[in-house]
Design a protein. Structure first.
Length: 105
């Protein structure tokens, strides 16, 4: 597997202030709109706005959506499973940061 297809390889930084519409996010991460909508309803992505036509996603949502697509496509994980995996990864990152701050790492 090359690094372009592996979402665990660091990607170029996208400014947090950057905003994407639903259509723009789908194009940027190459995910079907139905997938992104399901990820929003499962809590994988947290856009601003009340309805899909009004949703705005921040820069970090792009990396998260690419990871969600990889989990869905390559590992065949369903949206609730993707939400659980990403929550666990977030917890792992937070714990690693705490260890580094405490000097234990």
């Amino acid at each position: 597997m090359n690094s372009y297809n592996n979402p665990l390889v660091p990607l170029p930084i996208v400014a947090e202030e950057m905003q994407f519409t639903l259509v723009e996010l789908c194009r940027a991460c190459r995910a079907p709109e139905a997938h992104v909508i399901a990820w929003v309803y499962e809590g994988v992505l947290d856009p601003v706005g009340a309805a899909p036509q009004e949703w705005r996603f921040t820069g970090p949502s792009l990396r998260r959506a690419k990871l969600a697509l990889w989990l869905s496509r390559d590992l065949e994980i369903n949206p609730p499973g993707i939400a659980m995996v990403l929550d666990l990864l977030d917890d792992l990152v937070a714990l690693q940061a705490r260890l580094e701050r405490s000097g234990a790492a």
